[in-house]
Design a protein around this ligand. Structure first.
Ligand code: AMP
Length: 214
């Protein structure tokens, strides 16, 4: 089974992906995480992607499609949760082609609906474990170990693009490019919507039901 989690930055896709891979047999494809790893390793891809990410812009489609194609080859035969990809109609078209080529398909697209005003608060307060990727929030989900991760003791950091100046551009990119992508999936009948302002456990249960996994 392959599923896409689609929604604005901060709508909870990453948190839900992590919950799903803990409980079910999925691998998570977070294109944002792959790009951040490339930046940390100072690869050619990382150096190129960083300037786009720092400004809150989307990395060009051809780069993202190549990255995802490579990942799919390395994870052949596994059920994938796509988190942060596709973000444009061109990426969605290419993903269909990549899956067709592998005699596979997208089973469901889950759209995380949320009031944009909540997102800024969610994003500016978000902290991520630099070691295991666990996601916290300084107000709504603080770590009981202060600046360290409860799960692995890694240090919690703020993503450079979670600063207020960059957030508005990321939200604008979502409206401009990902809005039409959501309509693309609505038209082809694979879209389900959830209210992602709810508690993560409630959202998790609802997605489980949508996917018939309960
Ligand atoms: P995320 O972690 O999903 O919020 O992604 C962080 C940043 O990585 C985005 O603001 C983009 O600059 C870049 N990025 C991640 N996924 C994509 C994608 N599918 N297409 C273009 N850029 C992406």
């Amino acid at each position: 089974m392959n599923i896409i989690l689609i929604g604005a930055p901060g709508s909870g896709k990453g948190t839900q992906s992590r919950m799903f891979i803990e409980k079910y047999n999925f691998v998570q494809l977070s294109t944002g995480d792959l790009l951040r790893a490339a930046i940390a390793q100072k690869t050619e891809l990382g150096l190129m992607a960083q300037s786009y990410m720092d400004q809150g812009k989307l990395v060009p489609d051809e780069v993202m499609i190549g990255l995802v194609d490579g990942y799919m080859t390395s994870q052949a035969g596994k059920s994938v949760i796509f988190d942060g990809f596709p973000r444009t109609v061109a990426q969605a078209d290419s993903l269909n082609a990549m899956l067709n080529k592998r005699a596979s398909k997208i089973d469901k697209v889950v759209y995380f609906k949320i009031n944009p005003q909540i997102l800024v608060k969610r994003l500016t307060g978000r902290r991520t474990c630099s070691k295991c990727g666990e996601i916290y929030h300084i107000e709504t989900k603080p770590s009981s170990k202060g600046h360290l991760c409860e799960k692995c003791g890694g240090s919690l950091t703020q993503r450079p693009d979670d600063r207020e100046e960059v957030i508005s551009e990321r939200l604008a990119q979502f409206e401009k490019s990902t809005g039409p992508t959501i309509e693309f999936y609505r038209k082809n009948g694979s879209l389900a919507e959830i209210d992602s302002e709810q508690d993560p456990e409630v959202v998790f249960k609802q997605i489980t039901k949508i996917l018939d996994l309960a």
